[in-house]
Write a protein that binds this ligand. Structure first.
Ligand code: SF4
Length: 450
């Protein structure tokens, strides 16, 4: 069988796209390998959101170019967000690169590689199976992603996504549920609905009626209660934009059992002046009011966020306001990034006037503050009984398994022979760091604790 290796950078949406690429290629007789040296086809699925991930993808391209020197029959394709905007330039610059493709072209991979197939001895062994799009079960895991929107219309001034992914498109609710149904039949217990701006989902159904994310969540709840999605135990979604997060969505965390009490809601900066230059179209007090409302409906909800540090014109006073928001909200986790200008964006025209040293200092301050908050919040779980879903053996400690709470906290617990991916069980939390919990299994039926 021909082998394909895919190197993926960036967010869960890129991971989802890589799974779809594998799906398309498996119908052409390809099998996934994790070893680039044994692959006939090598693909890079790149991310352009931050300069760092673009640099990483390009340096990986250099590494696999060396493999091609020793085996010229290998075919290299460069895709994803960088492929979308820079594809022609990359092909000009790197003669060893066979083809480039964008974020919406992966379904055409079989046609793209047609011209190269004579390089491989076993092309005649092509499998004629129908493609299974749009569904693929990732490597025997109990969780899966489903992309429900693609692209973005928000045009935040720093973000390249509208240029790499294009305008926002929502999939039909029936198609999403059909994909979820296949995944659940294949053993998936938890689904994460994905979109760059997932909560502006606005999918037209078969009768021509538009469906909001809030309504789609209700469909999932209903179908999980003895309907098409019986067996689905947990549902999450990401990434949300504060402007599109409304009271219906807040109430869903109280009303829908299947929806885990976890929300990732990037605020990006604590200063209104910076938010305005970022073109985020909300003020920090409206963001905070939305979280207050959310906590009225779901007091224990776990929250995480994204922050950009050192956006053009961000003063020290502006940055202090970001720290104030962290102190006030007490997020479970925060993901912070140093600002870097991206091509095509409005902020590329602004002066990148916060020095690299200052950005590093600010990141350090955020890191220290957030660590202490996370540690405090995680330690509040010590002694509690929590529902966890098993995710598989620990990658570093053979005597442990990992699971995840509904609030997305990682739990380590001693392995038992009966453990299986996707099982829901109860655990008592014995210890905690700022990023994981240690626990022990409790032999309690779900109903007793719930
Ligand atoms: S909402 Fe803003 S940051 Fe998020 S993908 Fe759209 S343009 Fe980018």
């Amino acid at each position: 069988m021909k082998k394909v290796f895919i190197q993926t950078y960036g967010c869960q949406m890129n991971e989802y796209d890589s799974q779809q690429m594998l799906q398309v290629l498996s119908a052409k007789g390809f099998e996934k390998t994790t070893r680039p040296e044994e692959a006939q086809l090598l693909l890079i699925n790149s991310c352009a959101v931050r300069e760092k991930s673009e640099v990483k993808a390009l340096s990986f391209l250099g590494r696999i170019a060396k493999l091609k020197k020793t085996d010229p029959s290998k075919v290299i394709g460069f895709g994803g967000c960088v492929g979308q905007t820079e594809g022609p330039k990359l092909l000009k610059r790197h003669s060893f690169l066979d083809f480039a493709f964008g974020t919406n072209n992966y379904r055409e991979l079989p046609q793209m590689i047609e011209d190269f197939e004579h390089r491989w001895a076993d092309t005649s062994a092509d499998d004629e199976r129908d493609t299974l799009l749009p569904s693929f079960r990732p490597d025997s895991k109990s969780q899966a992603f489903i992309t429900i929107t693609n692209g973005c219309d928000k045009f935040c001034s720093y973000c390249i996504v509208p240029f790499t992914r294009g305008r926002e498109l929502s999939r039909m609710p029936e198609e999403i549920v059909a994909e979820a149904e296949i995944l659940v039949q294949r053993g998936v217990s938890e689904i994460m609905l994905l979109g760059q701006n997932v909560n502006s989902y606005w999918g037209k159904n078969q009768s021509g009626r538009y469906t909001k994310l809030h309504e789609l969540l209700h469909i999932f709840q209903k179908e999980s209660e003895g309907g098409k999605l019986s067996g689905l135990k947990r549902l999450r979604y990401t990434t949300s934009h504060p402007r599109d997060f409304d009271e219906d969505l807040a109430r869903d965390f109280r009303d829908l059992e299947i929806l885990c009490e976890y929300l990732h809601l990037p605020f990006q900066a604590g200063s209104d002046a910076v938010l305005k230059r970022m073109r985020r179209f909300y003020r920090i007090d409206s963001y905070l009011r939305k979280l207050e409302k959310l906590r009225e409906y779901s007091p224990d909800i776990a929250l995480s966020t994204d922050i950009i540090v050192g956006f053009p014109g961000e003063t020290r006073e502006d940055f202090q306001k970001t720290l104030d928001v962290l102190r006030q909200v007490e997020f479970d986790n925060a993901y912070y990034f140093k600002y870097s200008a991206r091509p095509y964006t409005r902020s590329e025209q602004m002066e990148d006037d916060v020095s690299p040293e200052e950005k590093t200092e600010r990141i350090q301050a955020l890191k220290e503050l957030q660590r202490s908050i996370s540690r405090k919040k995680y330690r509040e779980d010590i002694g509690r009984k929590v529902e966890i879903m098993l995710e598989g053996p620990s990658r570093t400690k053979s005597h442990l398994w990992t699971g995840r709470t509904r609030g997305n906290r990682l739990v380590h617990l001693p392995k038992e022979d009966t453990f299986a991916n996707g099982d829901i069980l109860w655990a008592e939390i014995l210890d905690a760091t700022h990023c994981w919990l240690d626990g022990r299994r409790l032999d309690l039926p779900r109903a007793i604790v719930a």
